[in-house]
Write a protein that binds this ligand. Sequence first.
Ligand code: F6R
Length: 603
Amino acid sequence: MCGIVGYIGSKEKRGFLINGLKELEYRGYDSAGIAVLKDNEISSFKATGKLTNLDAKTADFSSEGFGLGIGHTRWATHGKPTEINAHPHWGEFSYVIHNGIIENYKEIKDTLVSDGVTFLSQTDTEVIVHLFEKFIKIGENAFSAFEKTIASLHGAYAILLISKKEPDVIFFAKNAVPLIVGRSAENEIFFSSSDAPLIGWAKEVMYLEDGQYGWAKCKELSLFKSLKTQALNFKALSQDKILAQKDGFRFFMEKEIYEQSIVVGETLMGRIKDNSIVLDELKDICFEDIDAIKICACGTSYHAALSASYMFERLSKIRCSVEIASEFRYKQPLLDTKTLFIVISQSGETADTLEALKMAKNANMKTLAICNVDNSSIVRTADFTLLTRAGIEKGVASTKAFATQVVTLWLLALFIGDKKQNISQELMRLEIDALLHTPLVVKVNEIVHEKIRRLSKRYLHGHGFFFIGRDIFFPLALEGALKLKEISYLHAEGYPAGEMKHGPIALADSELFTIALMPKTLLYDKMKSNVEELSARDSTILAISPEPFDIADDFIKTNLHTHPMSEFFEMMVITQLLALEISIRLGNDVDMPRNLAKSVTVE
Ligand code: F6R
């Protein structure tokens, strides 16, 4: 989740740009850069790592007097977090910064390369500036060149572009990634990915809509969508910074739950083409040499691994075993070079997972990291990596990282199934339909959230919670229970529903809360019998299902879906919100629960 800032005016530009980027630090980044256009000269600086490095590099640079500035923090998705890959990217007379992913960048890049353009970086972003300059070279003015460039892009983007051809102008465009325009009383213009950098600078802001683009001068702003002029819709800017960083949500965890729809879209972006899965990162793995998969992870990432084990066996038709990394390390495991060893980690720094990965490498296994942080220890150690693209996760309790891990693993299961010719065209079509539907499924329904908020007051006591489910809903039950215990400090366990009668049902009474995951697409009748057994022992039941269930004390209705994974993701959001609302009612610090750390770098 990169960050963008921009400025048009006479104040010193470096100050606004660097401070603005600091306000966006909470979004996560691994490199940063700025460019300033003044007196028809462009000065540009980039640095990897923390903003202090860029600050030091630009210490002697100042830019009083009228001019333009753009600044960017980058979270690597295409290409390593190096200085060359940091933004801005430039052509002969223009500079660009971009958040998001250009899905068709390869096609554009191939054409530009055959036209003789040389690329410096590995990024998708660089095509934007070269395409813009190509249109100018064939006779377009800068405005129509920008319009044509934007019309050629598929994907998600917030873009700012400056060019010596129009030295008073910042060109901008927005699609599926936030971009805000601000205005001060002195007619300065600002751009930003969120409100926070604009507080104290801009008086009013306009939140751009998807598909809008335009150009800004000091006293002039032109806005378009599909070639038609759009009305400007500025409103007063609230001056609360912390609230602005949380985009108005009460906690980062809540914001991250609401962000899942966007980040899952980013996980999928560019990875599905013409009824097949495209994972260029894995092009050098020979899947013919692989006859099994072993996955190692901890905590929530372990739950994502368990969900994936069902998909690998069902879709890829490949044996799959899953182990908790801290157990794996000391069990003297038998390792086989025909097994693909996968580690899953949000942070990429979890000590147990990293050590398990090193053991696999020492045993000459092929290793693959599913990770959210490029250049982390786990990514640097593994032979191959698939980035989950969730952006920084600030809430200690993982939400969007889990969603993107499961989606990445689902893509991988289909990819391997296809490589091994175990998936029919028809099955692939159905799976891809369901995958593409996922960003919609994980979008929070405000009415359901409000219902959960009200229901949560009945679940603040008792002697424990059982989250139960079958099949892939069993790992989801484990994850639901983990979320609840992490932030509410109430005792919760996840169980396979069919296991309850083998012991745990002894705990059932009215003070034992059962959260029953009852999808219609998988084993509904079996689940129903298991829940009836608990109800007969007077457990208080909260059923989550598309089908109303008479004996449930409480009921949250989900949508009818045709694919189990759609039910999985809708129920995932409900269990996350339930944990959140219970924790808030108990007065806990949702984002920083006691005794927990976001990155567990010790054994
Ligand atoms: C739970 C949670 C932890 C992590 C675990 C592994 O909400 O965040 O259980 O999932 O510590 O961390 P990563 O994925 O960074 O390896």
